[in-house]
Design a protein around this ligand. Structure first.
Ligand code: PLP
Ligand code: COI
Length: 362
């Protein structure tokens, strides 16, 4: 079904943040706290489809207390970054993949699909109007957050007949504070993230709500992130609260958990593609927590890293659980991890040839 893409009405913010204040806000943006002057918003109504596309001043939304997302959490989102390339142009990394995953998530949550052209148009219009919000700090980028939620005023449990799609943008630096070389993980034994047949592969807000108690447990134990095991056997390593995971072995091979109940990360897919093109043996293979401990102790496992849009590529130094802790390699950033990060970031930032056709000028 080819849905028409409505044109965007462009209504610039009449009172944007001043250049001086913006400069201060971009000095040390952190992650997800600094927002730009505008947002994109499009409405959906059953029978009418997508309509009223606007690029307008970022402002609070008015929603009814019976708005269905507030009760049944019919909500999905995406995360992607725009970078300022060395030549001053602005580029996106594989935004078509985010648009496609957004629609995969929409189908799982019984929400209407969004034409990919409309998704890309909303993101690109917002970047163009707010391009001065890309921080110049090392590792800085504009994090785009497209999302859609159910907006019908009705308390019955059914797919909503009304939705809002929005894109907001946040000027960001590194996701993990403190610039440590490697992060520590807490193995969640009590909580799981996703069961077979559940919503683990969808990027829906509910998955993150369900991860927060486990993440709080990780923080209580002095760790940076929670790592989840599978829900059926409580044995196989799946992913982190907001990142996928890779393991690097002494024979140079790499494995990452297979798809199914995890989020199909675009960073994960990109790393697999780069590694294979560079002649590394890379397998999608289940890896158990017991094997992880044994391989870390024997030295067979040399490195492990987390990856995602927000986290980029982050080395994992230590793993803690109820029965103790273990260190991976020397506990810092390993060589293979550093090389993979470098290759990926260079493509993302337009510093290396775009050998896979992933970079999209805005
Ligand atoms: N897994 C989870 C649960 C995530 O939230 C994310 C972040 O988006 C990822 C993995 C990595 O996905 P991507 O590389 O597409 O950002
Ligand atoms: C992202 O990387 O885009 C995410 O959604 C993960 C979250 C930890 C910010």
């Amino acid at each position: 079904l080819a849905l028409a893409t409505p044109p965007f009405a462009i209504l610039p913010n009449a009172t944007p943040v001043s250049v001086a204040d913006r400069g201060l806000m971009l000095e040390n943006p952190g992650f997800g706290r600094v927002f730009t002057d505008h947002m994109a918003i499009v409405r959906y109504s059953a029978g009418k489809g997508w309509h009223d596309a606007r690029l307008t001043a970022r402002a609070p939304l008015q929603i009814d207390p019976a708005c269905s997302v507030l009760h049944y959490a019919q909500e999905i989102f995406e995360g992607m970054k725009a970078y300022r390339a060395a030549d001053g142009s602005v580029v996106l990394f594989r935004p078509e993949a985010n648009a496609a995953r957004f629609n995969d998530s929409a189908r799982r949550m019984a929400m209407p699909e969004l034409p990919e052209g409309l998704f890309l148009e909303a993101v690109e219009q917002l970047i163009r109007i707010d391009r001065d919000w890309i921080p110049a700090v090392e590792g800085g980028s504009l994090y785009l957050r497209p999302f859609m939620f159910a907006n019908e005023v009705f308390l019955g449990v059914k797919p909503s007949s009304e939705y809002l799609f929005l894109v907001i943008a946040s000027s960001v630096g590194a996701y993990f504070k403190g610039g440590r070389e490697a992060v520590s993980l807490w193995v969640s034994e009590h909580y799981t993230r996703a069961a077979p047949g559940g919503t683990g592969a969808a990027k829906c807000g509910g998955n993150y709500a369900a991860s927060l108690a486990a993440q709080a447990e990780a923080i209580e134990h002095g760790c940076d992130q929670v790592v989840f095991l599978d829900a059926a056997e409580r044995k196989w390593v799946e992913e982190l609260g907001g990142m996928n995971i890779f393991f690097v072995f002494d024979d140079g091979s790499i494995i990452t958990p297979p798809l199914g109940t995890i989020l199909p990360g675009i960073t994960r897919d990109s790393i697999m593609t780069i590694a294979r093109a560079d002649g590394i043996e890379l397998r999608e293979e289940a890896y158990s927590i017991d094997q992880w401990k044994a391989d870390a102790a024997s030295g067979k496992l040399r490195e492990a890293f987390a990856c995602g849009t927000a986290a980029v590529v982050t080395p994992i130094g230590e793993v803690h659980s109820t029965d103790g802790r273990f260190t991976i390699g020397a506990g810092g950033a390993g060589q293979v991890t550093s090389r993979i990060k470098q290759s990926l970031v260079a493509i993302q930032r337009g510093e290396a040839p775009d050998r896979f056709g992933w970079v999209r000028p805005v």
